[in-house]
Ligand binder design. Structure first.
Ligand code: ADP
Length: 613
């Protein structure tokens, strides 16, 4: 039953009171009936005794017996005085007189010798009975005593009272009792409700506070003033609440610290339970695999990261309960992760069973690949001239030296290949110096027309030799770039050298300067446009890589090392700038270098030195 305890106590008390009242009422009524009956018998006995004295002289031997009418008159007189029906019965059972029977019908009354009170009176000297009277038709109480010695009675006097007298009195008493009990019951109801409320109020208060504590409002306390069990309970609950509050505070702080640690970690973290269900992921993991923590939690790990090797690794860790590690590369993003699975103590559902840490090693692997490719490329690039030199030296030793013309031609080739070797080594050294930060870049305001003039002084003769038309358009009000003039001359020299090299004779080369329009910072652009071979779109993103050439043979033939644009890119990025190539319509290429002006020099330019290209 979900009744409030107050009502339970009140109803319980009421039931007990009602039961008590009912039992008391029943006992009282029963006792009253018994007492009334006893009183009736007692008074009837007295009256019967008196009646016996009065009637005794009228009964004698039949010759001395008073006439029936006299007996009848006396019976009536005694009845009037005794307020009871008086019957005089002869020893053989014949009714001699009866106060309630008319004289003429007296003889018609049946023999009373078989009446229980008469039989009993003759045997014990006193007989009683309660029954319906055949004469009066009422329920009567009878008391009979013999007159004369019991062994030879002269007659029997019987007094009878209608039971209605007792019953009416009992009824009156019942009514009075019912009223008294009704009042007692009403008082009990009020008292039990008040008592119940008084007793249960502290419990109700406790229940209300306990509900608030359970809802997480831990600041509430139960007022505990009494020293009884309820007070002790209230104080104990208050202590529990305080402990709970401090424990929850501790746990919350620990959790906040843990979450802060997880959130600030570069490594992705995934926590699994023993079934492989994701319990926790950190923001780094969300970013790595483009998943939402909220959606990932509660799902199986293979639904969150769909990768066969990863799933196998996680499964192994959960099944063998041994730490596992491995590498996975995601097909879509191409990113590589090192995964370390550490087994935690949890054995059941929703307990941390394995913690998986994801290190993004994409950059590392790329650097390794670049390094390997670089070593392979360098070896290849160096081997080509070296093989050539070796071959010609061997040819000379084998006898070609005896032919002066051949000797000169071979030595000339050997010299060219040595120069090429030298060129490659110089470019490599320069790249390595820039990369290692050995080269210090100035941050001076550099007038770009001065850079163009200085570069053209070097390149113009080469351009003229191929019959190229070189034009320059640098607006006089172009803001100066912020940088190192020597390095910027080197950049423009490489770009112009390429333009001259990769443009067939009689081409045109245009150098232009302008302010960058679509940049939030103040930047200037320097572009070199030629009408040369152009660069296929597919090759454009790669031509700034070391040793990347669109046409290897042609580049070599033209004396290129494949490192020029790579050096250019490094220098430009070290200035905080950008470089890119576009196609020139209808033929040729357009290289654009964007540099910060002296007003807006980015502070993080040194970061760009680490670029692997
Ligand atoms: P290289 O020493 O071979 O010229 P670079 O790094 O300077 O090396 O250039 C890389 C490659 O880019 C060249 O081999 C060439 O294929 C291509 N390239 C560079 N500049 C031009 C240009 N202006 N026109 C056409 N192709 C070019």
């Amino acid at each position: 039953m979900n009744l409030p305890i107050r009502w339970k106590v009140a109803i319980g008390t009421l039931l007990a009171v009602t039961l008590g009242l009912a039992v008391a009422g029943w006992v009282a009524l029963h006792s009253i009936e018994q007492i009334e009956l006893a009183r009736l018998i007692e008074s009837l006995e007295t009256r019967t005794g008196l009646a016996t004295i009065l009637l005794d002289p009228l009964l004698g031997k039949s010759d001395r017996q008073a006439p029936a009418s006299k007996l009848q008159t006396m019976a009536r007189e005694v009845s009037r005085q005794a307020h009871a029906r008086v019957t005089v019965i002869g020893p053989e059972g014949r009714v001699l007189a009866d106060s309630e029977t008319p004289d003429e019908t007296l003889s018609q009354l049946e023999n009373h010798s078989n009446r229980p009170e008469v039989i009993q009176a003759l045997v014990t000297g006193r007989g009683t009975d309660i029954r319906l009277s055949q004469t009066t038709g009422k329920r009567m109480f009878y008391l009979a005593v013999p007159i004369g010695p019991p062994s030879a009675p002269r007659g029997i006097v019987r007094l009878a009272l209608p039971m209605t007298t007792i019953e009416a009195r009992v009824q009156d008493l019942k009514r009075a009792l019912a009223i008294a009990f009704g009042v007692a019951f009403a008082v009990s109801v009020v008292l039990s409700v008040l008592l119940a409320r008084g007793l249960t109020r502290p419990l109700s208060d406790m229940a209300a506070v306990a509900r608030k504590l359970a809802d997480g409002t831990l600041g509430h306390r139960i007022p505990a003033t009494s020293g009884d069990e309820v007070g002790v309970l209230a104080r104990t609950m208050n202590q529990m609440a305080e402990q709970l509050e401090s424990k929850i505070r501790e746990v919350s702080e620990d959790r906040a610290q843990l979450l802060a640690m997880l959130a600030s970690m570069v490594e992705g973290i995934m926590v699994l339970d023993c079934r492989g269900t994701v319990l926790q992921v950190n923001p780094a993991l969300e970013r790595m695999f483009m998943v939402w923590g909220r959606e990932a939690r509660g799902r199986a790990h293979w639904e969150v990261i769909r990768h066969h090797d990863f799933n196998e690794l996680a499964k192994r860790a959960l099944e063998t309960r041994q730490n596992q590690s491995g590498e996975i590369t995601m097909a879509l993003s191409g990113r590589t992760f090192r995964v370390e699975a550490s087994v935690a103590g949890g054995q059941r559902e929703n307990e941390a069973c394995a913690v998986l840490v994801f290190h993004d090693i994409t950059a590392l692997r790329r650097l390794e690949k670049v390094r390997k490719d670089f070593v392979a490329n360098v070896s290849h690039e160096l081997r080509t001239p070296l093989t050539s030199i070796k071959g010609y030296v061997e040819a000379l030793l084998d006898g070609a030296k005896d032919d002066p013309d051949q000797t000169v031609r071979f030595l000339d080739i050997i010299l060219k290949q040595s120069d090429r070797l030298n060129l490659i080594l110089e470019d490599l050294l320069q790249l390595s110096r820039i990369e290692s930060g050995e080269v210090s870049f100035k941050r001076d305001p550099v007038d770009l027309s001065a850079v163009v003039d200085r570069t053209l002084a070097l390149i113009k003769p080469l351009a003229d030799k191929k019959g190229h038309a070189v034009t320059v358009a640098i607006p006089p009000d172009l803001p100066p770039a912020a940088g190192d003039e020597e390095q910027l001359v080197q950049v423009l020299t490489n770009l112009l050298d390429n333009a001259v090299k990769y443009t067939p004779p009689q081409g045109s080369i245009h150098i232009a300067g302008q302010s960058a329009k679509d940049s939030p910072l103040s930047m200037v652009e320097l572009s070199v446009t030629d009408t040369g071979l152009g660069i296929p779109e597919a090759d454009r993103p790669r031509i700034f890589e070391r040793f990347y050439r669109v046409d290897k043979a042609r580049s070599r033939e033209l004396g290129g090392t494949g490192l020029g644009l790579s050096i250019v890119k490094h220098i430009v990025e070290a200035h905080g700038g950008q470089i890119w190539v576009e196609g020139n319509h209808p033929v040729g290429s357009r290289f654009v270098v964007r540099l910060p002006t002296s007003k807006d020099v980015p502070t993080d330019v040194q970061l760009n030195l680490a670029s692997p290209t």
